[in-house]
Design a protein around this ligand. Structure first.
Ligand SMILES: Nc1ncnc2c1ncn2[C@@H]1O[C@H](COP(=O)(O)OP(=O)(O)O)[C@@H](O)[C@H]1O
Ligand SMILES: [Mg+2]
Length: 390
């Protein structure tokens, strides 16, 4: 086994694989990660998003929504590993990268369940979380060392298992004299507050609530589209005040950090209930999409005002950065803040989370903890993940 010092003795080529709750595709980022002048450096060499196979998506949907048998769970793990291996192969081919040059593949996995709050598991009270994919299969199919299951270690020491992006934000986005907020708008939305003095001991970061998930669910129900391209449908609608009030009174928003959320709280079924309750044949359908978009914008802006009143910049990544109308709503609600895309500070917004998981994998092989206890609520910092050596 390689020592931690050998691992950090030269830059490593690491592939990060991210598959978020939106199920929109498999993000693959090839990065070069190393230590430069005592600082960690993460450089993106190549990035692409590849589709899931139909069979795999169907299994994910089945396991997420239906009463299931072990057979489906078993197949799901392999289907995901096979799709992810194919995605990595394609990226390497498209960029003429020799697989032997890849030191590590670090995979987030598909979140199927996230229940970090201690609950009764038989006689014990513990949290649990499940990021599906078979790590051993992926390592064998790619003939590379793979690390995955990066959230469980934090959960078993009492953490939320999320967000994990803050460790990456801390090492890549702190500015010497501006207070920044790193905001990722994926299926859910999370932010990291980064004053110039940000440190691992005092960092504040948390999920703000739904990102695109409710918007996607509303537009799927009304227009049958996967998402509201550029926010054009929402832009044409008006806010339904009573629906906005009910959405924004969800108890998650008022909770104090550390906090994290997922489909267990905000899912298609929740969105469907809202759409049914407030949708009416006499009402333009775009009003429903507008109100969902407004809820996302409100929840993000409200958290930033509460926890980063001195913010200078909000640096947005994730698919939500493409929703021009959502970005406009954020600028309206945060008039004194410079709201920009992470692309403007050198981190491609679609690649950020995959880069982050490449970095977390690199940290584990360097023997460095990946969680931040002040952020996740864990009782201690721990080295994350499960490794399958090739
Ligand atoms: N051009 C666009 N206009 C509006 N929304 C977009 C656009 N492109 C992507 N999105 C939104 O971003 C989501 C994907 O975001 P992503 O960061 O990949 O989330 P996740 O991490 O959950 O996979 C899509 O489901 C969609 O809602
Ligand atoms: Mg995605």
């Amino acid at each position: 086994m390689m020592t931690h010092t050998t691992w950090t003795s030269r830059p490593r080529r690491i592939i990060g694989i991210m598959t978020g709750t939106s199920l929109d595709g498999i993000d693959v980022a090839l990065c070069t990660i190393g230590v430069e002048n005592g600082r960690h450096s993460v450089v993106l060499d190549a990035f692409a998003t590849f589709p899931y196979s139909d069979a795999c998506l169907e299994l994910v949907q089945t396991v997420l929504t239906e009463p299931i048998r072990a057979a489906e769970v078993c197949d799901l793990e392999i289907a995901l590993a096979a799709d992810m291996a194919a995605a990595v192969e394609r990226l390497l081919q498209e960029h003429n990268v020799d697989r032997a040059d890849v030191d590590l593949v670090s995979v987030h996995g598909q979140t199927m369940w996230h229940a970090p709050q201690p609950h009764a598991i038989g006689a014990r009270t513990m949290g649990s979380t499940w990021q599906a994919t078979n790590i051993s299969a992926l390592a064998t199919l790619l003939n590379r060392t793979v690390i995955g299951d990066l959230r469980t270690a934090d959960v078993v020491v009492g953490g939320q298992g999320a967000p994990l992006v803050p460790m990456f934000d801390l090492h890549t986005l702190v500015h010497p004299n501006r207070t920044r907020v790193a905001l990722n708008i994926g299926g859910m939305a999370n932010c990291t507050i980064l004053p110039p003095t940000a440190s691992v001991d005092t960092l504040v970061a948390f999920d703000t609530g739904p990102g695109n998930v409710l918007i996607n669910a509303a537009i799927r129900k009304t227009y049958g589209k996967a998402f509201d391209t550029n926010g054009d449908v929402a832009r044409a609608g008006n806010v339904i005040a009573s629906m906005f009030d009910e959405l924004t009174s969800h108890p998650f928003y008022a909770m104090e950090p550390p906090k994290s959320t997922g489909r267990e709280m905000f899912d298609d079924a929740y969105a469907a209930v809202m759409v049914k309750r407030y949708g009416h044949p006499s009402l333009p359908m775009e009003d429903l999409v507008r109100t969902m978009t407004e809820c996302t914008a409100w929840s993000i802006a409200d958290h930033i005002q509460r926890y980063a009143p001195k913010a200078d910049d909000v640096i947005v990544s994730g698919g939500g950065a493409h929703n021009a109308f959502l970005m406009e709503l954020l600028r309206d609600r945060l008039p004194t803040v410079n709201v920009l895309r992470s692309d403007d500070v050198g981190i491609p917004s679609d690649a950020k989370e995959a880069m982050c998981f490449a970095y977390l994998g690199w940290r584990s092989l360097a023997g460095l903890p990946g969680n931040i206890p002040s952020v996740t609520g864990a009782s201690k910092a721990v080295v994350l993940g499960t490794v399958s050596a090739s």
